[in-house]
Design a binder for this molecule. Sequence first.
Ligand SMILES: CC(C)(COP(=O)(O)OP(=O)(O)OC[C@H]1O[C@@H](n2cnc3c(N)ncnc32)[C@H](O)[C@@H]1OP(=O)(O)O)[C@@H](O)C(=O)NCCC(=O)NCCS
Length: 121
Amino acid sequence: MAAWLGPARLDLTGWDERRHGADTLVAELDGIVVGFSDLRPDGLVDMLFVDPRAGGRGVARALLTAVQADARARGIVELRTLASRSARPVFERLGFTVVAERPDNTVRGVVVPNTEMRCRL
Ligand SMILES: CC(C)(COP(=O)(O)OP(=O)(O)OC[C@H]1O[C@@H](n2cnc3c(N)ncnc32)[C@H](O)[C@@H]1OP(=O)(O)O)[C@@H](O)C(=O)NCCC(=O)NCCS
């Protein structure tokens, strides 16, 4: 989590560019944002995060279902993602399949294994 979060004084320029390169969807519960995901024009789902206090209630399912519908409406035929260990079962439930394991993936010098996955729409 510390590696994902990065330093306290993070340069937000790169983050800003990444956000502008994708459409972001947010999930709300009682008017409060509890999670978000995104979709890039090339079909990459780069982000899927749910507030732990809202976890296990179908928020990620709702977000990914909306991303899939959005992608279909745009004529995107395949989604792909690099899923964290915790997110992999969620993507599998939503129809994604494993393309490759990435046990050596690093984030800011820390090994954070993830899995490349795809979903035909
Ligand atoms: C992973 C994460 C997005 C899940 O969010 P969530 O809202 O709790 O997930 P949901 O409640 O919508 O679960 C969706 C489905 O996955 C299933 N699921 C969730 N975790 C599971 C697990 N560990 N094993 C098996 N199935 C699991 C649920 O049962 C549900 O299936 P169903 O709808 O068919 O019953 C959230 O825990 C998170 O943000 N984790 C940290 C950040 C992260 O790893 N992001 C991914 C970066 S790629």
